[in-house]
Design a protein around this ligand. Structure first.
Ligand SMILES: Cc1cc2nc3c(=O)[nH]c(=O)nc-3n(C[C@H](O)[C@H](O)[C@H](O)COP(=O)(O)O)c2cc1C
Length: 186
Protein backbone atom coordinates (compact mmCIF):
# COMPACT_ATOMS: atom_id res chain seq x y z
CA UNK A 1 0.00 0.00 0.00
CA UNK A 2 1.25 3.50 -0.83
CA UNK A 3 2.33 5.84 1.96
CA UNK A 4 0.90 9.34 1.92
CA UNK A 5 2.12 12.18 4.12
CA UNK A 6 -0.45 14.89 4.83
CA UNK A 7 1.16 18.22 5.63
CA UNK A 8 -1.04 20.34 7.90
CA UNK A 9 0.32 23.82 7.25
CA UNK A 10 -1.47 26.18 9.61
CA UNK A 11 0.27 26.93 12.91
CA UNK A 12 -2.30 29.56 13.85
CA UNK A 13 -3.96 29.51 17.29
CA UNK A 14 -7.49 28.22 16.78
CA UNK A 15 -6.67 26.99 13.28
CA UNK A 16 -9.43 25.36 11.25
CA UNK A 17 -7.69 23.82 8.23
CA UNK A 18 -6.20 21.11 10.45
CA UNK A 19 -9.70 19.61 10.48
CA UNK A 20 -9.30 18.83 6.79
CA UNK A 21 -5.95 17.11 7.42
CA UNK A 22 -7.56 14.96 10.14
CA UNK A 23 -10.34 14.02 7.76
CA UNK A 24 -8.00 13.12 4.88
CA UNK A 25 -6.08 10.73 7.11
CA UNK A 26 -9.27 8.99 8.17
CA UNK A 27 -10.63 8.93 4.61
CA UNK A 28 -7.49 7.32 3.15
CA UNK A 29 -7.26 4.73 5.90
CA UNK A 30 -10.94 3.83 6.16
CA UNK A 31 -11.13 3.32 2.40
CA UNK A 32 -7.83 1.39 2.44
CA UNK A 33 -6.43 3.67 -0.24
CA UNK A 34 -3.08 4.28 1.45
CA UNK A 35 -1.37 4.45 4.79
CA UNK A 36 -1.45 8.04 5.95
CA UNK A 37 0.33 10.17 8.50
CA UNK A 38 -0.06 13.83 9.36
CA UNK A 39 3.01 16.03 9.36
CA UNK A 40 1.76 18.79 11.63
CA UNK A 41 3.81 21.98 11.24
CA UNK A 42 2.30 23.32 14.47
CA UNK A 43 3.88 20.44 16.37
CA UNK A 44 7.27 21.09 14.79
CA UNK A 45 7.25 24.86 15.30
CA UNK A 46 10.40 25.37 13.22
CA UNK A 47 12.48 28.53 13.55
CA UNK A 48 12.38 30.87 10.57
CA UNK A 49 14.42 29.46 7.70
CA UNK A 50 18.10 30.42 7.74
CA UNK A 51 19.62 27.79 5.43
CA UNK A 52 18.71 24.72 3.44
CA UNK A 53 18.96 21.55 5.48
CA UNK A 54 21.61 19.96 3.29
CA UNK A 55 23.90 22.96 3.85
CA UNK A 56 23.47 23.08 7.62
CA UNK A 57 26.33 21.88 9.80
CA UNK A 58 24.27 21.12 12.91
CA UNK A 59 20.71 20.54 11.77
CA UNK A 60 17.88 20.25 14.24
CA UNK A 61 16.80 16.63 14.76
CA UNK A 62 13.26 17.75 13.89
CA UNK A 63 14.48 19.05 10.54
CA UNK A 64 16.12 15.72 9.77
CA UNK A 65 12.95 13.98 10.87
CA UNK A 66 10.65 15.97 8.61
CA UNK A 67 13.05 15.47 5.70
CA UNK A 68 12.91 11.73 6.25
CA UNK A 69 9.12 11.72 6.56
CA UNK A 70 8.59 13.68 3.35
CA UNK A 71 11.42 11.91 1.57
CA UNK A 72 10.04 8.44 2.32
CA UNK A 73 6.42 9.21 1.44
CA UNK A 74 5.15 7.96 -1.92
CA UNK A 75 2.98 11.04 -2.17
CA UNK A 76 2.13 14.18 -0.25
CA UNK A 77 -1.14 16.01 0.32
CA UNK A 78 -0.56 19.60 1.36
CA UNK A 79 -3.48 21.07 3.30
CA UNK A 80 -3.01 24.81 3.34
CA UNK A 81 -5.09 27.82 4.36
CA UNK A 82 -5.15 30.95 2.25
CA UNK A 83 -3.59 33.94 3.96
CA UNK A 84 -3.88 37.19 2.04
CA UNK A 85 -4.03 35.40 -1.28
CA UNK A 86 -1.05 33.14 -0.61
CA UNK A 87 0.05 30.22 1.52
CA UNK A 88 1.38 30.66 5.08
CA UNK A 89 4.99 31.35 6.00
CA UNK A 90 5.04 28.11 8.02
CA UNK A 91 4.70 26.14 4.79
CA UNK A 92 7.25 28.15 2.80
CA UNK A 93 9.65 27.69 5.72
CA UNK A 94 9.55 23.92 5.27
CA UNK A 95 9.44 23.91 1.49
CA UNK A 96 12.65 25.95 1.33
CA UNK A 97 14.34 23.85 4.03
CA UNK A 98 14.22 20.76 1.82
CA UNK A 99 15.53 20.19 -1.69
CA UNK A 100 15.99 16.61 -2.92
CA UNK A 101 12.97 15.49 -0.91
CA UNK A 102 10.69 17.52 -3.20
CA UNK A 103 12.28 16.47 -6.47
CA UNK A 104 9.90 14.17 -8.38
CA UNK A 105 7.66 13.95 -5.31
CA UNK A 106 4.01 13.54 -6.21
CA UNK A 107 2.09 16.31 -4.46
CA UNK A 108 -1.61 17.18 -4.32
CA UNK A 109 -2.87 20.45 -2.88
CA UNK A 110 -5.98 21.03 -0.79
CA UNK A 111 -6.70 24.69 -0.11
CA UNK A 112 -8.90 25.84 2.76
CA UNK A 113 -10.65 29.03 3.74
CA UNK A 114 -13.44 30.07 6.03
CA UNK A 115 -15.03 32.06 3.23
CA UNK A 116 -16.83 31.02 0.05
CA UNK A 117 -13.84 30.58 -2.28
CA UNK A 118 -12.00 27.69 -0.63
CA UNK A 119 -8.56 29.28 -0.69
CA UNK A 120 -8.14 28.73 -4.42
CA UNK A 121 -5.92 31.77 -4.90
CA UNK A 122 -3.14 29.82 -3.20
CA UNK A 123 -2.92 27.39 -6.10
CA UNK A 124 -0.89 29.51 -8.53
CA UNK A 125 1.86 30.48 -6.08
CA UNK A 126 2.12 27.07 -4.42
CA UNK A 127 2.04 25.11 -7.70
CA UNK A 128 4.71 27.39 -9.09
CA UNK A 129 7.03 26.98 -6.10
CA UNK A 130 6.65 23.21 -6.12
CA UNK A 131 7.24 23.11 -9.88
CA UNK A 132 10.43 25.14 -9.39
CA UNK A 133 11.60 22.48 -6.96
CA UNK A 134 10.89 19.63 -9.36
CA UNK A 135 7.86 18.21 -7.61
CA UNK A 136 5.14 16.50 -9.61
CA UNK A 137 2.01 18.40 -8.71
CA UNK A 138 -1.25 16.75 -9.69
CA UNK A 139 -3.80 18.95 -11.47
CA UNK A 140 -6.77 17.91 -9.30
CA UNK A 141 -7.90 20.51 -6.80
CA UNK A 142 -9.60 20.10 -3.45
CA UNK A 143 -10.78 23.49 -2.25
CA UNK A 144 -12.63 23.54 1.07
CA UNK A 145 -14.78 26.67 1.56
CA UNK A 146 -16.47 27.64 4.83
CA UNK A 147 -14.30 25.22 6.75
CA UNK A 148 -15.73 25.93 10.19
CA UNK A 149 -19.15 24.81 8.93
CA UNK A 150 -17.88 22.04 6.64
CA UNK A 151 -15.89 20.20 9.36
CA UNK A 152 -16.08 19.96 13.13
CA UNK A 153 -13.03 20.08 15.39
CA UNK A 154 -12.40 16.34 15.09
CA UNK A 155 -12.48 16.57 11.31
CA UNK A 156 -15.97 15.14 10.89
CA UNK A 157 -17.61 16.54 7.75
CA UNK A 158 -21.08 18.10 7.71
CA UNK A 159 -21.73 16.43 4.33
CA UNK A 160 -19.87 13.09 4.44
CA UNK A 161 -21.18 11.80 1.11
CA UNK A 162 -20.53 14.98 -0.83
CA UNK A 163 -17.01 15.38 0.49
CA UNK A 164 -16.19 11.69 -0.08
CA UNK A 165 -17.33 11.97 -3.70
CA UNK A 166 -15.00 14.90 -4.31
CA UNK A 167 -12.19 13.21 -2.40
CA UNK A 168 -12.48 10.05 -4.52
CA UNK A 169 -11.60 12.07 -7.62
CA UNK A 170 -8.81 13.99 -5.89
CA UNK A 171 -7.11 11.06 -4.16
CA UNK A 172 -7.70 8.83 -7.21
CA UNK A 173 -5.69 11.22 -9.33
CA UNK A 174 -2.97 11.45 -6.70
CA UNK A 175 -2.66 7.67 -6.45
CA UNK A 176 -2.63 7.23 -10.25
CA UNK A 177 0.19 9.78 -10.47
CA UNK A 178 2.10 7.99 -7.69
CA UNK A 179 1.74 4.73 -9.62
CA UNK A 180 2.91 6.39 -12.85
CA UNK A 181 5.87 7.85 -10.97
CA UNK A 182 6.82 4.44 -9.57
CA UNK A 183 7.27 3.10 -13.13
CA UNK A 184 10.28 5.36 -13.52
CA UNK A 185 13.62 3.90 -12.51
CA UNK A 186 15.51 6.88 -11.09
C1 LIG B 1 -3.47 36.28 8.18
C2 LIG B 1 -4.74 35.73 7.58
C3 LIG B 1 -5.05 36.04 6.27
C4 LIG B 1 -6.20 35.50 5.68
N1 LIG B 1 -6.45 35.75 4.37
C5 LIG B 1 -7.48 35.12 3.75
C6 LIG B 1 -7.69 35.29 2.34
O1 LIG B 1 -6.93 35.94 1.65
N2 LIG B 1 -8.75 34.66 1.79
C7 LIG B 1 -9.60 33.87 2.51
O2 LIG B 1 -10.53 33.33 1.95
N3 LIG B 1 -9.43 33.70 3.85
C8 LIG B 1 -8.38 34.30 4.48
N4 LIG B 1 -8.17 34.12 5.84
C9 LIG B 1 -9.11 33.30 6.63
C10 LIG B 1 -8.77 31.81 6.55
O3 LIG B 1 -9.46 31.33 5.44
C11 LIG B 1 -9.23 31.10 7.82
O4 LIG B 1 -8.38 31.48 8.88
C12 LIG B 1 -9.34 29.61 7.68
O5 LIG B 1 -9.86 29.12 8.88
C13 LIG B 1 -8.07 28.85 7.30
O6 LIG B 1 -6.93 29.14 8.09
P1 LIG B 1 -6.56 28.39 9.48
O7 LIG B 1 -6.29 26.97 9.19
O8 LIG B 1 -5.34 29.11 9.98
O9 LIG B 1 -7.73 28.54 10.37
C14 LIG B 1 -7.04 34.66 6.44
C15 LIG B 1 -6.71 34.36 7.77
C16 LIG B 1 -5.57 34.87 8.33
C17 LIG B 1 -5.22 34.48 9.74
Amino acid sequence: MKKIAIISSSVRRGRKSHRVALWFKRYLEENKLATAEIIDLKEYSFPVFDERLKKQENPLPEALEIAARIGSADGVIIVTPEYNGGYPASLKNVIDLLTDEWRSKTVAISTVSDGPFGGTQVITSLQFTLWKMGAWTVPAMFPVPNVSVAFDEEGRPADPEGIAKRAARFTGELIRCIEARSLMND
